[in-house]
Write a protein that binds this ligand. Structure first.
Ligand SMILES: NC(=O)c1ccc[n+]([C@@H]2O[C@H](COP(=O)([O-])OP(=O)(O)OC[C@H]3O[C@@H](n4cnc5c(N)ncnc54)[C@H](OP(=O)(O)O)[C@@H]3O)[C@@H](O)[C@H]2O)c1
Length: 312
């Protein structure tokens, strides 16, 4: 099946100024949609306007104001997220804001979308919530794990499904892989480390990591506007082993790795790193089938080469 052709839609994006949003807003505009996006500062509003989107400053937690802001839109895409930077990732305090955005924020977005009569909500989630399956492929019905960092993701997913149940519209959940590319702070840090011969391998080197280049995450957001309600994995075609992923990054950085850290020692951090230490070989088959979407970068090998070209 080829990509679905959609009517021009009016799309409201929250999180449009973040890592995925920075690619998704231009992709939506290029696909011909009209985009309104939440801006928290005048500088971000100006940047959105320069890209061709209409900025609106409104609180993610204010249902009434969100309802007015969403009025007249066909779809709301909720990409708001507050994952702490790598330096503060292990801090429970830093994770609290992310939790609030995903629980209270997503609930307010859905309540407002229902009140405004919006037809579709697309909610960002992550594929790191599946259980370790070794080298077995993971589809959307595979068992998931409930550990502290995923609580917010499950809450956000429930909100999107509630939208479908209560409003008759479509609630679509996108479980993104470990994203990377220009505009993602952690990618830029990992690239700089690789240039200094240090590769990050979290967990067993022969475990799998399922990744997605930000440009492909963005085209998936566009494709999600035509997807039947449901939950979809958004990952590239070929998850790599962690060793192969680190080598792909090093090759793109023109470097050879002398150190691969922290390896199995990452397990000592327990649930705080659980989302990254397991082996997750996630399949995108359902999303490809439902929408005709295909990633431009079939694996992190090609994606990191493109990222390196963009970063240097
Ligand atoms: N997902 C992954 O695979 C992954 C893995 C490891 C690390 N990371 C890193 O984690 C960092 C953060 O990633 P991210 O996806 O959470 O965020 P992000 O790229 O910083 O984008 C988050 C978006 O949500 C918005 N937002 C945050 N809090 C909000 C609030 N209270 N109300 C309204 N909007 C709000 C942000 O607005 P503003 O622009 O106004 O802040 C931004 O538009 C990235 O730099 C990434 O490199 C991501």
């Amino acid at each position: 099946m080829g990509p679905l052709t959609l009517e021009r839609m009016r799309v409201f994006v929250t999180g449009g100024t973040g890592a995925i949003g920075g690619h998704a807003v231009p992709a939506l505009l290029t696909a011909g949609h009209a985009v309104t996006a939440l801006a928290r500062t005048p500088a971000k509003a100006a940047a959105l306007r320069d890209r061709g989107a209409t900025p609106v400053t409104v609180s993610l937690f204010d249902r009434e104001a969100l309802t007015s802001a969403f009025a007249g839109h066909d779809a709301v895409v909720n990409l708001a997220s507050a994952i702490p930077p790598m330096s503060r990732f292990m801090s429970a305090r830093a994770q609290r804001e992310n939790h609030r955005v995903r629980t209270e924020g997503s609930a307010a977005v859905v309540d407002a979308a229902l009140a405004a009569g919006v037809g579709r909500v697309v909610q960002e989630s992550v594929s790191m919530l599946y259980r370790d399956q070794g080298d077995r492929w993971i589809g959307e019905d595979a068992p998931v794990d409930h550990f502290p960092l995923t609580r917010g993701n499950f809450a956000a997913e429930s909100s999107a499904h509630r939208f479908g149940k209560e409003g008759g519209g479509a609630g679509v959940v996108l479980r993104f892989g470990w994203f990377y590319g220009p505009g993602a702070e952690h990618s830029e840090q990992m690239y700089a480390q690789a240039r200094h011969h240090v590769g990050m391998v979290l967990g067993r080197p022969d475990g799998y990591v399922s990744s997605i280049h930000l440009a492909d995450a963005a085209t998936a957001v566009v494709a999600a506007l035509g997807a039947p309600a449901g939950t979809y994995n958004v990952v590239d075609d070929e998850p790599l082993t962690k060793r192969a992923y680190a080598d792909a990054l090093a090759r793109a950085a023109g470097s050879r790795l002398w150190l691969r850290v922290p390896g199995r020692a990452a397990h000592l951090f327990g649930h705080r790193l659980t989302s990254l230490t397991r082996s997750l070989r996630v399949s995108n088959a359902r999303f490809r089938e439902a929408t005709g979407w295909a990633p431009r970068y079939p694996s992190a090998r090609e994606g990191w080469l493109a990222t390196a070209a963009a970063l240097t």
